[in-house]
Design a protein around this ligand. Structure first.
Ligand code: XMP
Length: 521
């Protein structure tokens, strides 16, 4: 399948060559935070792709391998031939040392975590920094002997050669990770490299990226038609808006209403995209089919599978009705790309379950368009605002593909969906009113499907229990339950019990992740 080329010759670019570190994405992100465009390529990419990028500087990332073993990755020769500044980080440092004739050893005392770095010799890389800084280390190997023509510039207790630079050429190498926030002044070190050493201009803006991507989409799609599964989430919405700008009505979006969306969500998505942004959107009203397939099913995994399969069937049926579609657009973003190391052909793709169109019939032979593939969520959000998507939609908390299906414990019925939608809407409305919505990462209501006795006025009420869940998290892998004010929770609880007849009790979930997951099912 073709991929969008994202080279950008007109703007200063820092190339990050990826050796498989868990922090590679962070390096690119930090460079872009300094308003310099940065692109990541795998270490074994064809050399002409590196040359075509015309980079102002190259950063070699860390990686899990050991240069002391044969057949482990090395920097391609063209990296050195291009004569642009180079910064090796961790494995990147070790491969420079090894390739330049120095010596790298595996050491008994592996270093993971904080370490004190002493700057021994002046270097532009450490310009305006204290002589001692706290850095983040994560390595088993280290440089034992400097290559010829290299100077030692910094040490730690366990790594005597923790930073080195070439005597005449702009080649620098550090054993620690400046890209992680645990390294004090890490951004300054990267800035010294990209501005003082590479002389890059800080002229990259999200607007540049929008026009660049529009040109690339036009060039790739030409006169053909593109299909997109629109979920109303940030990623697919921004992809839709971007493609619309590039190819207008040649884009068709399919929005599947599975009946498991938040209150009024289906109407809002259609209003935003069809009426306000003038997109070509086909809405498939499929709640009855989903509900029929989910009848009498109470197992969470089975519910997820049924929802996923039904989605694919409906999306396929809609896609087949459309004629001459050549491309499938997806809102894949950087964190979805699970494997960034290795050659391009080995790269794995993750298709998100909620726009899981992996089941599209083979005979449709669609090529992929993924214009957000190298972007982080906050960059996608900025792009969305620039493209005219309403702020409320862009700042919306994440919503799982199976929707309310995994927030109704046990069997799903129309009645339960309605109760949950109403309770959830009250919770969210109050969060917004209290200025708390953007302070939590995700908040929602859950219908527990147990009944409890209550008393409302003089009446006994035997009705549903609603759970409220709100979490704070950066990456959604771990999360802390949000310490919302009691007064606020009291108000939400009162409103839910008073306004929804079928609810007798409200509880607040005080479980963090792990061990609990964010969703209940
Ligand atoms: P958990 O429950 O695993 O959730 O702690 C982590 C984050 O992922 C979201 N989530 C999903 N997103 N399809 C999605 O697109 C899914 O099937 C799915 N399940 C969970 C969840 O809302 C939270 O943000």
């Amino acid at each position: 399948m073709n991929k969008l080329s994202i080279s950008n010759k007109s703007i200063d670019t820092i190339l990050v060559l990826d050796f498989g570190s868990q922090y590679t994405q962070l390096i690119a992100r930090r460079v872009r935070e300094s308003k310099v465009y940065s692109e990541i390529l795998p270490w074994d990419i064809a050399e002409d792709k590196i040359r075509n990028l015309n980079p102002k500087g190259i950063i070699l990332s860390g990686g899990p391998n050991s240069v002391t073993e044969s057949f482990t990755p090395r920097a391609p020769q063209c990296v050195f031939d291009l004569k642009v500044p180079i910064l090796g980080i961790c494995y990147g440092m070790q491969t420079i040392a090894e390739q330049m004739g120095g010596q790298v050893m595996s050491v008994d005392q592996k270093e993971f975590g904080h370490s004190e770095l002493k700057i021994i010799n002046e270097s532009i890389l450490f310009k305006n920094l204290d002589k001692k800084i706290n850095v983040w280390m994560s390595h088993g190997d280290q440089v034992q002997d400097l290559p010829d023509n290299y100077n030692l510039i910094a040490s730690t207790k366990t790594a005597p050669i923790a930073a080195m630079e070439h005597k005449n050429l702009p080649i620098y190498a550090i054993q620690f990770h400046p890209e992680v926030t645990h390294t004090e002044n890490g951004q300054n070190i990267l800035n010294n490299f990209i501005f003082d050493i590479c002389q890059s201009k800080n002229e990259w803006r999200i607007e540049n990226l929008i026009s660049q991507r529009i040109e690339e989409i036009k060039e790739k799609v030409k006169k053909d038609k593109v299909l997109l599964g629109l979920s109303g989430g940030v990623d697919s919405s921004v992809t839709a808006a971007l493609l619309h700008k590039a190819i207008g009505k040649k884009l068709t979006c399919v929005f599947v209403d599975n009946g498991l969306l938040r209150k009024n969500e289906s109407v809002e998505v259609m209003q935003t995209f069809k009426d306000n942004l003038d997109l070509n959107v086909i809405k498939s009203d499929s709640s009855d089919i989903f509900l029929r397939h989910l009848e009498n099913v109470d197992d969470p995994e089975q519910k997820r599978k049924i929802i996923g399969r039904t989605f694919i069937d409906i999306f396929d049926a809609e896609a087949i009705k459309l004629k001459d579609i050549k491309f499938l657009a997806q809102g894949t973003i950087y964190p979805d790309v699970i494997e960034s190391s290795g050659s391009e052909s080995k790269e794995a793709r993750v298709i998100k379950s909620h726009h899981n169109v992996g089941g599209l019939p083979e005979e449709m032979k669609l090529d992929l368009v993924e214009p957000l593939r190298d972007l982080f969520k906050d960059e996608v959000r900025k792009m969305g605002i620039q493209l005219g998507i309403p702020k409320e939609m862009i700042e919306r908390h994440p919503f799982p593909g199976p929707g309310l299906g995994v927030r109704i414990i046990g069997e799903i019925t129309k009645e339960k969906i309605k109760i949950l939608q109403d309770a959830d809407a009250i919770f969210i409305e109050e969060l917004v009113k209290a200025n708390l919505y953007n302070k939590v990462s995700q908040a929602f209501a859950v219908l527990l499907s147990v009944k409890s006795v209550g008393v409302v006025g003089d009446e006994r009420r035997y009705a549903e229990v609603i759970g409220l869940r709100a979490v704070e998290t950066v990456d959604f892998m771990t999360a802390r339950w949000a310490h919302l004010p009691f007064k606020f929770l009291e108000n939400v609880s009162n409103r839910i019990v008073n306004e929804i007849e079928d609810v007798s009790r409200v509880v607040y979930d005080i479980s963090s992740k792990p061990p609990a997951t964010i969703e209940w099912e």
